[in-house]
Design a protein around this ligand. Structure first.
Ligand code: ADP
Ligand code: MG
Length: 903
């Protein structure tokens, strides 16, 4: 809801600036109500927004009669706070809005989420209880998975409702700040589990300076690293390999982990099978050969109290690097070899004496040839000395006040030279918060652009809708009905729809797409559906034609398939039909957004499995029409909070209900010794005439020989156990056309066992495939495993998902055990988020806005906080033109420029 609220904010500001004399509007605020509230109600999308408008009307009515200035000031502040979602509703003003024209029995009122709207009085508070704001670092708390029945989703603008538990955070902050008097935590006596925490430092008051000068300094963030003292071409080239080209890249380059030299256990206290860091002095180095003849280096490390045997395989060059008497820090998993403590192939480096003196928390950076962590640390120290204090903090002070975030310069220092664990945590929080804010402001800015151009309203009659439903071979689920109602409502607007339809694999998104396409046809307009692969496009083409065939008049629809492999003459015909309007619906792949494809009147663009497309590709399809309505669909379950950030420019509809009669997929966790059993099970399924997938984790060029690559797996399996079966191989290095061929052969049953890397993830439908075996299952996120599992169970037969773990780490086993029992993709996504951070869930989607690098800090609380703040800023000042937002605007621009620079 853009302009009416924005206008009101302007008026309220004017009233503030003119001293609360009730003169901002001629005749007083109350005389402005009728016109304003009419406009506002027209723009409102959710009951919560309607309620807010009524509430504001009430406050405005009262405003003129308030006598003293303070009361008026408070009243204006209250209204602004309500609009931006920062203030709780005062029950005295609570209003329940009743639509004048909606009969009570009509279709459910529309919400942006397509779900039953919460009302002011009954809104549940779905947010989990918030932890104390400065939370302990990893491990993150494991919360029970979300129950299958989700509370009604909140709409995009009802931020006020989120706040039911908002008070809590303030109370806790009071507690933290009362600790400031007793700062006694020494940096060597840190106890991370203690409740006594080092307080956040006070922020340094900002000089009210020259914005232009500050903008100028910020511009240096995009300076090449070569401009830095001590960085020559060679160093720059090494840095470039780590993705660091500019000063900004370097400052925001995050350590991979931190080693705590102060808390290292003596070697005598180490236990086997633990991931740990250790320090000791090299006593002996010998070269040996394993029984299979593999050479390795064996190093004995001691620390006076104990010792550990360290072996290095495949690193003959270490012979030259390691010397007796060196003090080294190692990081790896301890083991037991012939009863003695050992470690193989740990990461290691010389103990950094300088870091040891500096509080003992040592950042370890991602490495590249020729550039050790130690060198990066040294470089960072120099860069920070110059830049940490010079760089203006772009985040408005008011935001930092409200969120209790620390200063930017301080945060950067602590990230690279942490003094205390708590400080590091505050710093990570701040940078994670920034990342979320900038991400969201970037996305919202796009929303602003496309919403400003009108779209084409599409309306259909209830009779039309009914006859379409009557023609379907099944009854829609309740969730499907809701989604369709939301879409139908969107399409009637002159503001183009931009909606995300999220639904688990098999929840029935295609039929919703088909109905939306039908609505465009009914309005005499063209529509398009784009899928990531030609197999999927083909599947949609067949499926949607079949659906249309059941609907009266549907068989006459001119619907075409356009992919990379569409033969030339046909392709030209389709181009022509699209340009002259005779082709009504086109279904295809990237081929749809090629140059030369022109539509006569594209009014609706649908994108399936949208996480496979970049922001630009979405934009390209949109650009084929004059601001068409857009529906994007995804089977990747993303927790709602996160989805609202990642897809801040989209309204959300969720299919949280499966069509009836689905058989649950039997899921079983196995360990390596049980692999043969798994193979015989598959063999048995093949004999029954079924098909199978075998998935391998991607193997990067690493020394981790445990994980078996798909290629090796194929070579082995197709010549041994499955040698009498037709095996196929699929991996990312195949050309798209080759992938399509393999998939098609599998879909047609020509291939019985498809051996693959994770590329098969996308929604292919092969009902005859009943078993999927996933190797190295512990290496995948739960959400991704769930996608794999969704490849089977699409037909009538009982289906199976077998997981093989190559780790017996209790945490990872527990995670997979939960996967065995949970079948709800959203619950799994939530669990993933809690256990592994949002990285897995976001995949590469975020790439357009700077990578998300603060997994650990990005919990629900922080994401919500950033959401609220960025939306508040957006509501107040969508173009970031206010003086307090200038630096923020500059930062957003710089990030954009940096990205364009990269591409
Ligand atoms: P996805 O959401 O993964 O794209 P699909 O649209 O491919 O799911 O639907 C999966 C299967 O469920 C299809 O075979 C479809 O015909 C069927 N289906 C969809 N909706 C219903 C329903 N309401 N009742 C029964 N079957 C349905
Ligand atoms: Mg689908």
């Amino acid at each position: 809801m853009a302009s009416a609220l924005e206008t009101l904010i302007k008026i309220l500001r004017l009233e503030q600036d003119t001293g609360y004399k009730n003169t901002a509007v001629i005749g007083g605020l109350h005389s402005y109500i009728p016109n304003w509230s009419r406009d506002a109600h027209q723009q409102a999308k959710t009951p919560v927004q309607h309620n807010l408008i009524e509430e504001l009307g009430k406050v405005m009515t009262e405003y003129g009669s308030l006598e003293d200035r303070d009361k008026r000031q408070a009243s204006i502040k209250y209204m602004m706070g309500r609009i931006t979602g920062r203030v709780q509703p005062n029950p005295a003003y609570a209003v329940e809005w009743i639509s004048p024209d909606a009969p009570p029995a009509a279709a459910p009122p529309r919400t942006t989420s397509g779900e039953t709207p919460p009302t002011a009085s009954t809104a549940p508070s779905p947010a989990p209880a918030r932890p104390t704001p400065p939370r302990p670092p990893a491990p993150r708390p494991v919360q029970p998975p979300r129950p299958a029945q989700r509370p009604p989703a909140k709409s995009k603008f009802d931020d006020g409702e989120d706040d039911d538990d908002g008070e809590g955070s303030f109370k806790e902050d009071v507690i933290t700040s009362s600790l400031e008097v007793i700062e006694f935590v020494g940096s060597t006596a840190l106890d991370r589990k203690s409740n006594i925490r080092a307080p956040k430092p006070r922020r340094i008051p900002r000089k009210s300076g020259d914005i232009d000068a500050a903008r100028e300094v910020m511009g240096h963030l995009n300076d090449r690293v070569q401009n830095l003292k001590g960085v020559g071409d060679k160093r720059a080239e090494q840095l470039a390999r780590l993705g660091i080209a500019t000063l900004g890249d370097l400052l925001f380059f995050m350590p991979r982990r931190y080693d705590d030299y102060t808390r290292l256990l003596p070697l005598s206290h180490l236990k086997p099978y633990q991931q740990t860091a250790a320090i000791g002095t090299i006593q002996r180095i010998v070269e040996l050969k394993s029984r299979e003849g593999r050479p390795f280096i064996s190093v004995l490390v001691e620390d006076g109290a104990g010792k550990i045997n360290v072996t290095f395989f495949n690193q003959p060059f270490l012979k030259r690097m390691l010397k007796v008497g060196m003090q080294i820090a190692m990081y790896g998993k301890t083991d037991l070899f012939r009863g003695e403590l050992s470690m193989s192939n740990p990461e290691w480096e010389l103990v950094d004496q300088r870091s040891l003196q500096q509080g003992g928390i040592v950042p370890v950076y991602p490495l590249t040839q020729g550039l050790s962590s130690k060198i990066v640390r040294k470089l960072m120290r120099e860069v920070l000395d110059t830049w940490a204090n010079r760089l203006p903090d772009y985040m408005p002070e008011s935001v930092l006040d409200r969120t209790e975030m620390v200063d930017l310069g301080w945060a950067l220092r602590q990230i690279h030279l942490p003094q205390k664990w708590e400080y590091l945590e505050y710093a990570q929080q701040r940078l994670a918060f920034d990342e979320l804010m900038l991400l969201q402001l970037g996305i919202l800015a796009k929303r602003q652009v496309w919403q400003s151009v009108p779209g084409i309203p599409l309306t259909v009659t209830d009779e039309w809708a009914q006859s379409f439903l009557d023609g379907l071979p099944y009854q829609l689920t309740g969730a499907q009905h809701k989604a369709i109602a939301a879409i139908r409502q969107d399409l009637t607007q002159a503001i183009p729809m931009n909606r995300l339809l999220q639904g688990d694999v098999g929840s029935g998104k295609t039929v919703i797409a088909a109905m939306a396409l039908g609505m465009a046809i009914a309005n005499g307009k063209q529509s398009a559906l784009m899928a990531p692969t030609s197999i999927l496009a083909e599947q949609h083409y067949q499926g949607i034609r079949k659906l249309f065939a059941g609907v009266s008049g549907g068989e006459k629809v001119n619907i075409q398939l356009l992919t990379g492999s569409t033969p030339e003459p046909q392709r030209r015909e389709i181009y022509e039909g699209l340009a002259n309007g005779s082709v009504q619906v086109v279904i295809g792949t990237h081929a749809l957004i090629q140059e030369g494809v022109e539509f006569n009147n594209l009014a609706l663009a649908i994108i399936d499995e949208q996480h496979r497309f970049g922001v630009d590709e979405r934009g390209a399809l949109r650009g084929k029409g004059t601001n068409p309505h857009v529906l994007v669909m995804t089977a990747t379950p993303i927790p709602r909070t996160l989805a609202l950030t990642m897809y801040a420019d989209l309204d959300l509809a969720v299919l949280d209900e499966m069509p009836p009669g689905r058989q649950p997929i039997e899921t079983k966790l196995l360990f390596a010794p049980e692999r043969e059993r798994a193979y015989s099970f598959i063999k048995h399924q093949l004999e029954e005439g079924r098909q199978a997938f075998i998935v391998y984790p991607l193997v990067e060029a690493s020394d981790d020989s445990e994980s078996r690559s798909a290629v090796e797996g194929y070579e082995e399996l197709s010549t041994t156990i499955f040698r009498h079966n037709r095996c196929g191989l699929m991996h990312g290095r195949l050309k798209p056309s080759e992938k399509d061929e393999v998939m098609a052969a599998f879909a047609h049953g020509e291939i019985q066992v498809l051996i693959s890397t994770s590329v098969i993830e996308v929604g292919i439908d092969v009902p005859n495939a009943t078993v999927i075996l996933i190797e190295g299952a512990n290496r995948f996120g739960l959400a991704q495993l769930h996608q794999f599992r969704g490849r089977v169970g699409r037909g009538q037969e009982q289906s199976y998902c077998l997981l093989i773990s190559d780790s017996d780490n209790p945490e990872s086993v527990e995670r997979l055990r939960q996967f065995e029992t949970l079948s709800d993709g959203f619950a799994l996504a939530e669990l993933d988020w809690q256990l592994r951070g949002p990285g897995d869930l976001l995949g590469t989607r975020q790439a357009g806005y700077g990578a998300i690098r603060f997994d650990q800090s990005m919990d629900v609380h922080l994401v919500e906080l950033a959401q609220k703040e960025s939306r508040a800023i957006y509501a107040e000042d969508p173009l970031l033109t206010m003086s307090e937002h200038q630096l923020l605007a500059r930062r957003v621009r710089l990030l954009q420029e940096r990205r364009t620079d990269l591409s």
